[in-house]
Design a protein around this ligand. Sequence first.
Ligand code: HEC
Length: 127
Amino acid sequence: MKRLFLGVGAMAVAAGLFQLTVFLRSEHQRKLASLPIKERGLALLDDLGCSDCHQTGSPLRAPILPGLFGKTVTLQDGTTVVADEEYLWQSIIDPKAQIVQGYQATMPIYQGQLNREDIEAIIAAMK
Ligand code: HEC
């Protein structure tokens, strides 16, 4: 009997924690949605783990993203490309298509995990 109570107690605590997590996550998303597009993009870079690689001093070396928009990028094959909407969009959903010179192709593929609004906000964060 005692074990049953303990079991039910543990389940109630687990359910409570689950509800709390769901609540906090939706609060976080509501807060994100209310931010101006550029700030939302910067927050997404952290939330999605992009910043784990894309930040100064990361051992998982990757180019710094804020300020990248409009710059000229040299690719692995020596050709150059301007970091416009189209290039950045492709770099995010299909990172293996064009590899930046001096870097490894370690970026994960996010296709299908980001919606159009997320990508637009992320690109805004690079302006
Ligand atoms: C595991 C490390 C890693 C993660 C996580 C990662 N990237 Fe990258 N990313 C790279 C590396 C390395 C490169 C450079 C090589 C290449 O072009 O793929 C790169 C390249 C890019 C480029 C092109 C940069 C340039 O200078 O032209 C963009 C844009 C980009 N990533 C965006 C993102 C976004 C947005 C996310 C999160 C949704 C993300 N990355 C997550 C490693 C990562």
